[in-house]
Design a protein around this ligand. Structure first.
Ligand SMILES: *[C@@H]1O[C@H](CO)[C@@H](O)[C@H](O)[C@H]1NC(C)=O
Length: 295
């Protein structure tokens, strides 16, 4: 075995100890990748002597280890934590759920006639906007193929359309319930939360919206205006980092959507809308999305 092969093995042998010390999440990504690929590379080799690129790999590993020295220790990191939550006395025995992720769904609480009028108005205003908003349509061709969203061109529709100013008012009770039930430490109270953005989305057969979060907001949500039977739902990704780091263990939760329903969730939660396919060939899937942030 050559000298460099031996040194490489020593470095690889040291990885589990490093992992224990700082946890996979804190290991520089590059090092994680390197150790995986070098382990794969080592498997099934008879002799390591003529392993190509060994010197390269070794110096990369050494550089990564050097980077590691400058990482903060868990103790240092802990000092920066903003919020420490105390476990309540009642959880002295048995299993409690911690770090749960609240998601809210409810029918908008208005009578059927008002609901129908609201949806009708939004549909009509959306069709008109789509017609005259050439810049928006161009934006969608790039960013939202198969659909129309005013996200790129008109994101303050609650200030322009009466129907959406009404919707904003109707959402208040739901927001209140979500804040009460959701237990979201650090989210501003109802009094200081206000709608910062509000836009419409029309999704045809091919339209899709990949996993994303909403920046500069605390609570995000969608109100459904038109949901043809069989159209796609709203998907949320399991946010527990150590699970989601492994793609094959990632859990995704799909909420079916129904016209008249509102769904609220924390803005940091990754979500997506997969394509609906032929279900929306005749009539499209239409929704209003919005953000609430503290004043
Ligand atoms: C609330 O939103 C602001 C940005 O608007 C952000 O700085 C803050 O971290 C958010 N708080 C929570 C608890 O999500």
């Amino acid at each position: 075995m050559t000298r460099s092969a031996r040194r490489l093995l020593v470095l690889l042998a040291g990885l589990p100890a490093l992992q224990t010390w700082c946890g996979w999440a804190r290991l520089p990504r590059r090092l994680g990748r390197l150790s995986r690929s070098s382990l794969e590379g080592l498997e099934g080799l008879e002799g390591l002597e003529d392993l190509e690129g060994l010197e390269d790999l070794e110096s990369q590993l050494e550089r990564s280890l050097e980077e590691l020295k400058h990482l903060e220790t868990p103790e240092e990191a802990r000092e920066r934590y903003a919020t420490v939550l105390e476990v309540e006395e009642k959880h002295r025995k048995g299993t409690a759920r911690h770090f749960a992720t609240p998601i809210y769904r409810s029918a908008l609480s208005v009578d059927a006639a008002s609901l129908a009028a609201l949806n009708e108005e939004v549909l009509e205003a959306t069709a008109q906007l789509r017609e005259r908003d050439a810049a928006g349509r161009a934006w969608c061709q790039e960013n939202y193929p198969g659909g129309f969203t005013s996200f790129g061109s008109a994101r303050q529709l609650h200030k322009e359309w009466k129907a959406l100013a009404d919707l904003k008012r109707m959402l208040k009770a739901h927001l209140r319930a979500f804040l009460q039930e959701g237990n979201m430490p650090g989210v501003p109270p109802l009094e200081s939360l206000h709608m910062t953005e509000c836009w419409v989305n029309v999704m045809g057969e091919e339209a899709t919206h990949g996993f994303h979060t909403h920046d500069y907001a605390n609570i995000s949500g969608t109100y459904y205006v038109q949901t043809p039977p069989g159209c796609s739902g709203l998907r949320f990704e399991d946010p527990r980092v150590d699970r989601t780091a492994q793609l094959d263990q990632r859990l995704v939760l799909e909420y079916p959507v129904r016209a008249g329903d509102v769904i609220l969730f924390p803005s940091w939660l990754r979500h997506e809308v997969p394509p609906s396919g032929p279900a929306v060939r005749e009539s499209e899937r239409v929704s209003v999305s919005f953000n609430f942030a503290g004043r």
